[in-house]
Design a protein around this ligand. Structure first.
Ligand code: SF4
Ligand code: SF4
Length: 390
């Protein structure tokens, strides 16, 4: 059964998901000797933990709680989808943050387990053998594999700033070839999504986002690094629906990036009340006041960090007392200003007649006006709604 996007009834959706999971379960497993449940259990998680995790992911994907058992079943068949993970120009931080945890989360265990077919950081093969493995995977799983790419793609000097392997193949050609036969393409992290620090002015290597080297749709999962839940959730969404999700104007899945950090922030009441940290360590900082004046870019940044958090869900930057740096926005290195300083009205004065967010925040007590001012430009810039793509 294919999913009719005009039929929003949950019964129909439930049946369609069920059917898709059954179809996937008939495909060969990537590893015959283990299962995702086994790996999760061996790492000290109980079935209760797993179901709790599945419940959280179900809510994150905006599905009703009755879908939780289906989401749990879906993740059990995730090892039927071959994944090819490429590294372009980057620091490997996205992979590392997922994998090098002392106490891996269920998301990272799942990711570790399913990233089997080709992942340069994880696989044992090197040199010629690695190149053969990649070519073999692309050929064997043509039209079926999911391509995940970490890093920007240098195009400067005809792409010669990034060559990989014994044959000195250019990164741009490797990415384009792998994209050509992929079933779905995810740009993981801000470098792959938008170019990242490599593409910051003056961009000496001519780095570009992955979407510039393929004509196929690319789902951007930005962040520096992106949350593991957004990576696994994007995969699960594809697994359940069999189509690409609804996207915002920057091709980010709307289920994860549709709201601003500012809209979901636990310090928001202080912003609205005009209560700001004036400098790190002051009384306002001790009282958990808003971090806008010490550089928080949450009003301009779309992501779900306050919901997902980091380090096994323990905290996130704003909770820890340091403002958001805007890492999931395009060109944040160039456009988000100095770390630790507010953007003031630099970005928005043309939009709001000179009443920039900081100017307003400095003056008011109850700052409904400020919230509106900050919101106007951000929403105007990126609230364009993209329909789901096939
Ligand atoms: S400016 Fe930053 S700290 Fe203040 S409410 Fe918005 S997101 Fe939270
Ligand atoms: S809080 Fe801001 S800077 Fe930090 S990870 Fe989230 S979007 Fe990026």
């Amino acid at each position: 059964m294919s999913i009719d996007k005009n039929d929003t009834s949950y019964d129909t959706l439930y049946s369609a998901f069920k059917e898709r999971i059954e179809q996937l379960s008939k495909l060969p497993k990537m590893r015959e000797d283990a299962s995702i449940e086994q790996v999760i259990e061996e790492n000290g998680f109980s079935r209760r933990d797993f179901m709790k995790w599945a419940g959280a992911v179900t809510a994150m994907l905006s599905l009703p709680a009755t879908f939780t058992p289906l989401v749990a079943d879906a993740i059990k068949v995730a090892d039927r989808l071959p994944i090819v993970w490429l590294h372009m120009a980057e620091c490997t931080g996205c992979s590392e943050s997922l994998l090098r945890s002392a106490n891996p989360s269920i998301d990272s265990l799942i990711f570790d387990y399913i990233s089997l077919e080709y992942h340069e950081t994880l696989m044992a093969a090197a040199g010629w053998q690695a190149e053969q493995n990649l070519e073999g995977a692309i050929e064997k799983y043509k039209g079926r594999y999911i391509l995940m790419v970490e890093g920007g793609v240098p195009l400067g000097n005809a792409g010669s700033f990034l060559t990989i392997g014994g044959h000195g193949k250019k990164g741009k050609d490797i990415a384009a070839d792998a994209a050509a036969s992929a079933a779905a393409i995810f740009a993981i992290g801000t470098c792959s999504s938008f170019g990242g620090v490599q593409a910051a002015v003056p961009n000496p290597t001519g780095a570009v986002p992955l979407s510039k080297v393929t004509s196929k749709p690319v789902i951007n999962v930005p962040g520096c690094p992106p949350s593991e839940k957004n990576i696994v959730g994007t995969l699960l969404h594809y697994l359940l629906y069999g189509t690409l999700p609804a996207l915002d104007a920057y091709n980010r899945p709307k289920w994860a990036y549709r709201l601003r950090i500012h809209d979901q922030c636990e310090r928001r009441a202080h912003f609205d009340a005009g209560e700001f940290v004036e400098q790190f360590g002051d009384e306002g900082a001790k009282d958990g006041y808003c971090l806008y004046k010490v550089g928080c870019k949450g009003p301009y940044t779309f992501n779900n960090c306050s919901k997902n958090k980091f380090n096994q869900g323990t905290s996130w930057p704003v909770q820890a007392g340091f403002g958001c740096m805007g890492c999931s926005e395009p060109d944040f290195w160039d456009t988000m200003g100095t770390v630790g300083e507010p953007l003031k009205d630099r970005l928005y004065q043309t939009v709001f007649s000179g009443a920039g967010a900081d100017a307003t925040a400095d003056k008011i007590g109850v700052t409904l006006l400020a919230a509106t001012a900050v919101g106007v430009a951000a929403h105007a810039a990126i609230s364009a709604i993209k329909p789901p793509k096939e």
